[in-house]
Design a protein around this ligand. Structure first.
Ligand code: MN
Length: 495
């Protein structure tokens, strides 16, 4: 939906969440209306429409009223007579802090690459400090993208590219799959217009045809589950998002015949046991393709994603993908970290999924470096690898699981376990076989690090192949210390 009226916002709040403090929302609307009176967007409509629509998106994500209110107020301290102090006075410190974070994110005076880097840095900081600020920013950005047509071409391109390259990956890392996909699909036509046209031409009618084909398979599964007395919440055809289809096609040299999940049948159930029961029924009816059964319930993706996926030969010879998950997993997959703020009217932080929490802690840890712009620019490439690259799972012989960036080596693993293990790492075994230390690891490998207690420290050669920032930093630090120690050993002793 492009725009929401205030009446619609209020009615939706009353309907979907009867406990909402409607009076608070009305007060915020009056405040924003007052602040933005006489302000218009480029297309001529009143500015207030933008903040109401932003608030509506946040309500639609079922976030607490405090965040919805912050959405209404998010542009008030910019270019209006209202200040953050006014907001704090009228709405309290918590809402004022969210709006303040929002305002800080907006103030960017840089251009080009510097702007890009600065934006990324600010978003990282915001996520590390209070992720609620980023929810408001995502909603704000989504509405700006929905109404992007009226902007001048360069501005259109800049906003779309920023959304595609910075906002969407962060949404992805926070597990907000649905929001990431929306940001991507709205940006794609403006960043790669020719590619977008090519893709539209390529898929003309294909979604419809596939949906038609799947309807029959869905009917069969429905009756099979009924006969087997396996209850399910919901079953529907989920269509693949355009940009994610585009990425997949690039991976497969634009060979459309390799895309099996243009439309998939999704089954939502109540319990994990039911997930596996449904999978059993599917495999008894359809023959699965080899190597295409993915159990992300037993081994979730690094961003916390959980589901069972299986690809089977359809009754008419086509290929069909099924995705099975519980209601909880579904919420997590679509809204990620935002799902944890849902139904929690106090708006207080609640425990988040441990893997995602790990990523947040990682951000908090590097926050100090982020505050310093120069270091941030220098380490940006490494940070991008650590934070955004696809992760793989590695098992230790004791059964511990560690997640590392793709193409990591035994040395990266050794440093991820402990600095001492890294420093004394001598050789490694993957699934019982001796391998060189620069061997690339693959998800699921069981890796044993063999240490040599007499080893003095890491080899500078390792810098040529390690992937993680952690390993790189520690090897460099040791190298520096080595020189310092050697230097002090040859210096004449003080008397
Ligand atoms: Mn805005």
């Amino acid at each position: 939906m492009l725009h929401s009226s205030f009446e619609n916002l209020i009615n939706t709040a009353k309907k979907t969440r009867p406990s909402t403090d409607i009076e608070l929302i009305r007060r915020a609307y009056a405040f924003a209306n007052d602040a933005h009176r006489n302000q218009f967007r480029i297309n001529g409509e009143p500015y207030i429409n933008h903040v109401v629509s932003t608030a509506y998106i946040l309500l639609d994500w079922q976030l607490p009223t405090t965040i919805v209110v912050a959405g209404l107020l998010h542009d008030a301290p910019e270019d209006t007579t209202k200040t953050l102090l006014d907001i704090e006075h009228d709405f309290g410190v918590e809402i004022a802090r969210i709006v303040e974070g929002e305002t800080k994110l907006d103030r960017l005076k840089y251009v080009g690459m510097t702007r890009y880097v600065e934006n990324l840095r600010k978003l990282f900081l915001a996520v590390a400090k209070d992720v609620r600020v980023v929810f408001v920013k995502f909603a704000d950005r989504l509405h700006n993208l929905m109404t992007i047509e009226v902007l001048p071409p360069e501005k259109k391109y800049r906003i779309a590219r920023e959304s595609l390259e910075i906002y969407a990956p962060i949404a992805g890392r926070l597990g907000m799959g649905e929001i990431k996909a929306q940001l991507e699909d709205l940006s794609f036509p403006h960043v790669y217009p020719d590619e977008f046209k090519w893709l539209m031409e390529l898929i003309k009618g294909k979604y419809e045809a596939k949906e038609q084909e799947l309807r029959k398979e869905q009917k069969i599964l429905e009756s099979e589950l009924h006969d087997a007395h396996i209850p399910y919440e919901r079953m529907y055809g989920r269509t693949k998002h355009i940009y994610s289809l585009y990425r997949k096609l690039l991976k497969y040299d634009r060979d459309f015949s390799k895309v099996y999940d243009l439309v998939a049948i999704r089954v939502i159930v109540n319990t994990i046991a039911e997930c596996y029961s449904v999978l059993g029924v599917i495999h008894s009816q359809w023959k699965p393709l080899k190597g295409r059964i993915k159990d992300y319930i037993a081994t979730p993706k690094p961003n916390g994603y959980q589901s069972l996926h299986t690809t089977v030969f359809g009754k008419d010879g086509g290929i069909v993908e099924f995705q099975i998950r519980t209601k909880g997993m579904h919420e997590e997959a679509e809204y990620g970290i935002a799902a944890h703020w849902r139904y929690d009217e106090s708006g207080k932080k609640v425990p988040v999924h441990s893997r995602r929490l790990h990523w947040m802690q990682e951000l908090a840890r590097i926050q100090k470096e982020l505050e310093d712009r120069k270091t941030f620019v220098e380490t940006l490439e490494e940070l991008k690898i650590d934070l955004f690259q696809n992760r793989i799972f590695i098992f230790t012989p004791k059964g511990d699981v560690l997640d590392l960036p793709e193409h990591s080596t035994p040395v990266d693993l050794a440093y991820a376990i402990h600095s001492d293990i890294g420093n004394q790492c001598a050789s490694a075994k993957i699934n019982g076989e001796m391998v060189p230390l620069d061997q690339k690891l693959t998800s699921g490998d069981i890796v044993e690090i063999i240490v040599d207690k007499k080893r003095k420290g890491p080899s500078a050669d390792w810098l040529k192949f390690v992937k993680t920032r952690n390993a790189r930093n520690k090897i460099k630090a040791r190298a520096k210390r080595g020189v310092a120690e050697w230097f002090s050993s040859i210096l004449p002793k003080k008397k």
